[in-house]
Design a protein around this ligand. Structure first.
Ligand SMILES: Cc1ncc(COP(=O)(O)O)c(C=O)c1O
Length: 387
C-alpha cells in the first residue's frame, strides 16, 4: 500500500457511515446531519436535459470540456460576480470540485523545490491536506479560531514560511464553520500571495448557499495567481452528477489543463449538458436557498433556546456549535447517536475542531422539526445525568 495512505487516518466520513449502518440495522429512525449531501430533488429541467443528452454511443470527454458549458459558466460568473472570464483560456470544467482540488497540487508542487508548502486553515475539508501529501508537498495547517471568525490570517505567518509556500487554500463560505470572508480580508490575502508568489486557491463551492449578503469570489479582487473552484453539487443539488469548474489566472489554467488529461477526469458529455442548463438558471437556486433558510431558522431557534454557542449562519448549510461544558465532542455525538441523531464531531475536520460539532442541514424541513424534539429530549437527559 502507498505509504501516504498507510499513515492516514480513515476518511472521517467513513467512521460516521459505519455508526449509521449499525443504527439502521437496529431499525432506529435516523436524523442524519452528518455528511453534507442534501436530499432535495435535482430540478426536473436539469434531469431532463441529462436524459435527453444521453447518446447511443458515449465517447471519451475532452479535458477542455464542452465549449457551450464553458460559455454558460463564463456568462454566469459575469452575472453573479461581475468578472468576465474567457471561456477558451480561463475556465476548465471539472468532475465536481473534489477531484480538481485533489489534483491541483500534483501539477503545481515540485518535490525538489524549496517552495512546496501548502497552507490551509484547520478545521477544514480534508482534501487540501490529502492532495498536498500525495503531491509531495508540505502541509502547513493553520488553526482557525472562533475569535477571528475562522479566517485564515496570512499576516500572522512568518515571512520565511511564506517564502517556502507554493499554494494557499481558502474556503469561504467555510466548511465546517459556515464563516464568510469580508472583502477587506480577501484584499489582504490577495496582496500577500502576490508578494510571495503564492497561488491563491479559493474553494468557492458554497458561495450560492447564502442567507444575507452574497458571498464574494476571490476573482473579484484580482486575477494574478488566483484560481477558484466552483461546483454544482451544493448550488444545484447535483452531488451525484460530479460537475464543477476551475477558473482564474490564464497561465495557471493553461498548465493545469495540460496535465489534467493524465488524470482522465472529464465529466461525461451528457452531464456537461445538464450542467450547462443548471448554470443558466437561478430560479432553482433561489428555491434551494429558501428551503435551507427554513431549516436554518428551525435550528437557530433551537440552539438559541437551549443556550448553545454557535457562529451565526450567514451562508452554507452548516452549523458549527460548541459542545456543552464538560463533555467531549465525540462523546456528545455518541450520546446523540443513541437517539438516532447523527452529527459530526469537530475533530473529524482536523485540529481546531475539538469542542465543536457540525450539523449539515440535510434532512427535510419536516424531519428537522422532528429531530429538534428528539434532540431536546437527548439534551435534557444529558444535563440531568450530569447534575
Ligand atoms: C469545502 C468543500 N470543498 C469541496 C467539496 C467537494 O464538492 P464536490 O466535489 O461535490 O464539488 C466539498 C464537499 O463537501 C466541500 O465541503
Amino acid at each position: 500500500m502507498n505509504k501516504i495512505l498507510k499513515a492516514m487516518k480513515p476518511y472521517p466520513m467513513d467512521e460516521l457511515i459505519k455508526a449509521k449502518e449499525n443504527l439502521k440495522k437496529q431499525g432506529k429512525k435516523i436524523y442524519d446531519f452528518g455528511t453534507g449531501d442534501p436530499k432535495e430533488p435535482t430540478a426536473p429541467f436539469i434531469r431532463e436535459a441529462v436524459k435527453n443528452a444521453i447518446p447511443e454511443v458515449s465517447q471519451y470527454p475532452t479535458v477542455k470540456g464542452r465549449k457551450d458549458l464553458r460559455e454558460a459558466v463564463s456568462s454566469w460568473f459575469d452575472k453573479r460576480f461581475g468578472v468576465k472570464l474567457n471561456p477558451e483560456t480561463e475556465i476548465i470544467p471539472s468532475a465536481g470540485s473534489k477531484e480538481a482540488i485533489f489534483h491541483f497540487p500534483l501539477v503545481f508542487i515540485e518535490e525538489e523545490s524549496y517552495k512546496k508548502r501548502v497552507i490551509y486553515g484547520t478545521p477544514a475539508y480534508p482534501v487540501y491536506e490529502r492532495g498536498t501529501l500525495f503531491a509531495g508537498g508540505i502541509p502547513n495547517p493553520v488553526t482557525l479560531k472562533f475569535e477571528n471568525n475562522f479566517l485564515l490570517r496570512l499576516d500572522k505567518i512568518s515571512p520565511s514560511i511564506l517564502e517556502e509556500t507554493r499554494i494557499v487554500w481558502i474556503n469561504y463560505p467555510h466548511n465546517p464553520t459556515g464563516a464568510v470572508a469580508p472583502k477587506s480580508y480577501l484584499e489582504d490575502i490577495y496582496e500577500i500571495c502576490k508578494e510571495y508568489d503564492i497561488i491563491l486557491c479559493s474553494d468557492e463551492c458554497y458561495t450560492e448557499i447564502y442567507f444575507e449578503e452574497k458571498p464574494l469570489s476571490a476573482l473579484q479582487i484580482g486575477r494574478e495567481n488566483v484560481v477558484v473552484f466552483h461546483s454544482l453539487s451544493k448550488r444545484s443539488g447535483m452531488t451525484g452528477y460530479r460537475s464543477g469548474f476551475v477558473a482564474g489566472d490564464e497561465k495557471i489554467i493553461k498548465e493545469y489543463l495540460r496535465f489534467r488529461s493524465s488524470f482522465g477526469v472529464g465529466s461525461p458529455e451528457f452531464v456537461q449538458i445538464g450542467a450547462r442548463e443548471a448554470w443558466k438558471d437561478e430560479k432553482h437556486v433561489r428555491e434551494r436557498r429558501e428551503t435551507f433558510r427554513k431549516k436554518k431558522e428551525i435550528f437557530e431557534e433551537f440552539f438559541k433556546n437551549e443556550g448553545f454557542k454557535f457562529l451565526d449562519v450567514k451562508a452554507t448549510f452548516y452549523f458549527w456549535v460548541k459542545v456543552p461544558e464538560g463533555i467531549s465532542s465525540k462523546d456528545y455525538a455518541l450520546h446523540l447517536l443513541k437517539y438516532g441523531i447523527v452529527v459530526s464531531p469537530g475533530e473529524f475536520f482536523g485540529k481546531g475542531g475539538e469542542g465543536f460539532f457540525r450539523i449539515a442541514l440535510v434532512p427535510s424541513v419536516e424531519e428537522c422539526k422532528e429531530a429538534v424534539k428528539v434532540w431536546k429530549e437527548a439534551h435534557k437527559t444529558l444535563i440531568r445525568s450530569k447534575n
